[in-house]
Design a protein around this ligand. Structure first.
Ligand SMILES: [Zn+2]
Length: 281
């Protein structure tokens, strides 16, 4: 999970350009509410450190349809905005969903859900590149009430402080001779209760632990093949060193809590996995 870089395009100009690209009455109606939308954008900026305080304006009927159509009806200014959001991201993560670190970033999530907050349908800071699966699981998830407090449920990749402390853990278990990676979340001393609450909710809503486990057999098997190909004189120490080097390479590229980093360290810590690799002919 890496932080995303906001688009540098002026969001007010983008809204006006999209409104101008709309036909007839819809275009006119959007231009009329443009100054109002600018104010809502300012509220979003002002609340960026904790968007749980945001309340929907409550647009209904034609106005809601108009605002949602700014995103759903394709126009050149919208295409330029979406392309700019992608282009603003660092190359190593440009095509990878940072909600999960697995899928391709081929859709956009509306952090404040579009159907509830249509006023932010084309606001760049509310649009996060992500994969189909994360987008589907997130759906309209935004906040919930815990012990009388309103809390966000999904990490904001533009503005949350993404932790380098390790909170994702894995155990390599064996069913017969087949290794299985079981992931879990662990709160360490450097992680506050509220940070951990958000992390737990994010991983739970997006079903990440289950999705990491389901993808792991492929990585475990590929890694065994790679060890077979690249390490001629296999020893426990040599195989462990190879796995830790691979974990470091992935950590440099992604982050300390990326599921593959954790998995490679898990393999390096599994005596049985390493012994099996050494036995592989
Ligand atoms: Zn994803």
């Amino acid at each position: 999970m890496k932080k995303l870089v906001p688009s540098s395009l002026d969001p007010y100009q983008v809204f006006n350009d999209i409104a101008s690209a709309k036909r007839l009455e819809r275009g006119e109606r959007l231009k009329r509410i443009a100054p109002e939308i600018c104010n809502y954008y300012k509220n979003y900026y002002d609340s960026i450190s904790d968007l749980s305080v945001m309340y929907p304006i409550g647009f209904t009927g034609l106005e809601k349809d108009d605002l949602e159509d700014c995103y759903l009806g394709k126009t050149n200014p919208l295409n330029r905005l979406l392309a700019d959001i992608i282009k603003s991201q660092a190359l190593p993560i440009r095509n990878q969903c940072q909600y999960c670190g697995m899928g391709s970033a081929n859709t956009f999530d509306h952090y404040l859900p579009r159907s509830i907050f249509p006023e932010f349908a084309v606001f760049s800071l509310n649009l996060l590149p992500c994969c189909d699966t994360c987008n589907k699981h997130k759906s309209n998830v935004f906040i919930n009430n815990l012990e009388g407090k309103t809390k966000r449920q999904i990490i904001n990749l533009y503005y949350d402080n993404l932790l380098s402390e390790r909170y994702l853990n894995v155990s390599i278990l064996y069913k017969g001779d087949v290794p299985i990676a079981e992931y879990s979340l662990v709160q360490t001393s450097g992680i506050s209760d509220s940070q951990f609450c958000l992390i737990k909710s994010h991983y739970s809503k997006l079903k990440l632990l289950e999705r990491f486990r389901n993808r792991s057999p492929e990585v475990l098997s590929e890694t065994q093949s790679s060890i077979k190909t690249h390490i001629k004189a296999k020893s426990i120490e040599r195989v462990r060193q190879f796995l830790l080097e691979e974990a470091q390479r992935l950590r440099d590229r992604f982050s300390n809590n990326h599921w593959k980093v954790v998995l490679h360290e898990g393999m390096a810590n599994s005596s049985k996995f390493i012994e099996d690799c050494c036995l592989t002919q």
